[in-house]
Each structure stands twice: as C-alpha cells, then as structure tokens.
Design a protein around this ligand. Structure first.
Ligand SMILES: [Fe+2]
Length: 254
C-alpha cells in the first residue's frame, strides 16, 4: 500500500506533518479509500472517490485555507476554541481525506457513514499530537466537516472549505476511468471538458477560482455542483469564480 498526499508544509508545522505521516502509513485509510472506488467506479461506474480524489481535495482545501487566513478570515477552530491556524489545517486535511469513505458502504448516506467509519482512526491518528481535550474538539470539527460536505449546511469555515474543495476536483482525470469503462453521461462529458482548476489569491474577493475548459459542456459541472456547494457554505461571499472557455474567452460566474 502507498499513500502520498504531497502536502507542502510551512516552517514549524510539526503537528500537521505528524498527522499527514500517520495518515499516509495508515492501512485503514488506504483500504477505505480503495473500497470507495471498488463501489463507486467498478460497481456503479461513477467517478473517482479514492486516493487521488482525496489527495486533490486535501490540497485544494489547504490552499484555500491558506489564502483565506492570509486575507483575514479566521478558521472556526481558532475563533471558537482558541486553537491555532495549524490545527485548522489538520481539521481540513483529515476531513478532506476521509469525507468520501462511506461510499464504500452506501452512496446516498455516505457523509454520515464516512464519519462513523473514520471516527476511531481519526482519534488514533490525533492521539500522537493532541491531548484528550483538544483531541475531542478536533474530532468533532473534523466530523462536522465530513457530514456536511454534501447536502447539510456547514457551520464552520473549515467545513465550508472541504465542501467547496470537493466540488473543485472536476478536472478531466476524475471522469476518465468511468468513461473508459463505457459509461457516458452529462456528468462525464462535462467533467471531460474541464481541463484545469486554478485557485489563487483574489482581488475582488479573498479567493479567485478560474476553471479552464475545452468547451462549454463544463458549465454543467459548475451549475450542478460547484455553485450549489459555494452558495450553501460560509464561503458564498468569499469566492470569485470565472470560467475560461478555450477560444471563447473568460466569463465571470460569481
Ligand atoms: Fe468527494
């Protein structure tokens, strides 16, 4: 087994580093991510919900968190619990990695199932870096982000980031496997149209997202997935979104 999330650390982020190392060598995390794809790709011919999706979501989420913090948006673990910025990164990282593992059991209720299935492993991973009190706070914040990544409304910045980062994994690679398996739907066609997702520091709003697509079919991904996620999160006024359609130009969405 091998997991490598490719997380870039800032100086002195020893807690985050330890947590990432623990996750990368966790047989349980690896098997749960693998099982999610057995169910979602092999059986349901849906898109990637495995290790690569987890890695992309985690890195998109950490990047948004960095930008938001730099722009003065305080994560809730800092605001409500007096923990620090690095702890909010741990929340966002663990929730990003484990948000979809419930799909291994059942698609419709997967956010709650993901929380149930990963709770013990999260506690074990946090054991090395947090004392009991902090650990339980961290756990509840991570579970909140996991359960509210789809239909429920997140009540924290960290959970909102995970919810939006999940929908930002829309580059063509995510749809390619089911496409090769012969499944073709508007979800796959629109996902194949999206070539690149860029997340940068914004000027009009804290975060600037530009989505490059080969043809306008990619708009479906944005309407059906991304805009719904952004509007039902605490980031609805913090993200500027534009699409760059090859040969047609750049269009402002929000
Ligand atoms: Fe996901």
């Amino acid at each position: 087994m091998s997991l490598n999330f490719g997380v870039k650390f800032q100086e002195n982020e020893n807690k985050l580093k330890l947590v990432v190392e623990e996750v990368e060598k966790s047989e349980m995390v690896y098997q749960l991510l693998k099982a999610s794809n057995i169910m979602m790709i092999n059986r349901m011919k849906y898109n990637d919900h495995g290790p690569i999706h987890a890695k992309i979501v985690a890195n998109h989420a950490l990047k948004m968190l960095e930008i938001l913090f730099k722009k003065g948006v305080l994560p809730n673990i800092v605001k409500d619990y007096n923990l620090n910025f690095e702890d909010s990164k741990v929340v966002v990282f663990l929730a990003s990695v484990l948000h979809d593992v419930g799909n291994a059991v059942q698609r419709e209720q997967h956010p709650v199932l993901s929380a149930i299935m990963s709770k013990d492993e999260i506690r074990r991973i946090l054991m090395k870096t947090y004392d009991e009190g902090e650990r339980e706070i961290m756990l509840t914040e991570i579970l909140h982000a996991i359960v509210s990544h789809e239909d429920l409304i997140p009540q924290t910045i960290e959970a909102s980031i995970v919810k939006v980062a999940d929908a930002l994994d829309m580059e063509e690679g995510r749809a390619r496997i089911p496409y090769l398996l012969g499944k073709m739907s508007i979800h796959q066609v629109s996902a194949l149209a999206v070539k690149k997702v860029n997340i940068e520091e914004g000027t009009a709003k804290p975060v600037y997202v530009e989505i490059e697509m080969e043809n306008p079919a990619g708009i479906f991904q944005i309407d059906e997935l991304l805009l719904k996620r952004i509007s039902s999160s605490l980031l609805s006024d913090k993200i500027e979104l534009k699409v760059n359609i090859r040969g047609a130009g750049i269009f402002k969405i929000i």
